[in-house]
Design a binder for this molecule. Structure first.
Ligand SMILES: Cc1cc2nc3c(=O)[nH]c(=O)nc-3n(C[C@H](O)[C@H](O)[C@H](O)COP(=O)(O)OP(=O)(O)OC[C@H]3O[C@@H](n4cnc5c(N)ncnc54)[C@H](O)[C@@H]3O)c2cc1C
Length: 165
């Protein structure tokens, strides 16, 4: 308030800030989705490295069926998410990405990231709770993804509004 900005420093229309923000939200959410899939992939990779190395009951914990099944679930879900996000990027490049589909991408990938980092911590056991291990920081950092750029609940609002229920 009460700040004078020289005309030559004005970007766009001074009364259009909200419109500009709304206009870029689909792109911002697509960026979140790309980051979430990349984050999930990184969390999976550090977890794979760890379970190969860590031994319990005289064998690497990667040999336990529970570990293998958890990693298989993560692999599958990340691969499926990647295909959807790739399609969204192509739609965006053709200026066809709708707010609803961008919201689907953000909702799905950030919830997926949350599940992957949580399972990653679990498979690290106690070390997963220690800052020295990357999965610990990944877990902490992932939590904001379901909140900023619109919470998961708001994404569901946008998606369901588009369904004209
Ligand atoms: C690290 C960080 C970086 C950020 N960066 C930016 C930024 O660069 N630019 C920017 O503009 N903002 C930014 N934000 C703000 C962020 O977008 C908001 O925090 C977020 O949108 C949630 O809004 P809020 O905090 O007011 O929570 P609230 O709106 O108070 O939400 C609290 C809870 O109520 C739920 N809720 C609210 N409304 C509804 C509803 N209609 N139906 C159902 N549930 C609902 C929410 O889902 C949430 O669970 C950032 C926040 C953080 C923490």
């Amino acid at each position: 308030n009460e700040v004078k900005v020289p005309k030559e420093n004005l970007l766009g229309d001074a009364t259009g800030g909200f419109y500009y923000l709304m206009n870029m939200l689909a792109q911002e959410r697509l960026t979140n989705a790309c980051g979430a899939v990349a984050g999930a992939e990184a969390a999976l990779q550090v977890t794979i490295d760890y379970v190969r190395e860590r031994k319990a009951f005289d064998r690497p914990i990667s040999h336990f069926q529970n570990t293998r099944f958890k990693l298989a679930e993560m692999r599958t879900q990340i691969d499926v998410a990647q295909v959807f996000v790739d399609r969204c990027v192509m739609d965006h490049n053709q200026k066809k990405l709708t707010p609803e589909v961008a919201a689907e991408a953000k909702l799905f990938t950030t919830e997926l990231l949350g599940r992957v980092v949580d399972e990653g911590v679990q498979l690290h056991g106690g070390w997963g709770y220690m800052w020295e291990y990357p999965i610990c920081k990944m877990y902490a950092n992932a939590r904001i993804q379901r909140i900023f750029a619109g919470t998961s609940e708001i994404m569901k609002e946008i998606i369901s509004r588009g369904m004209k229920l």
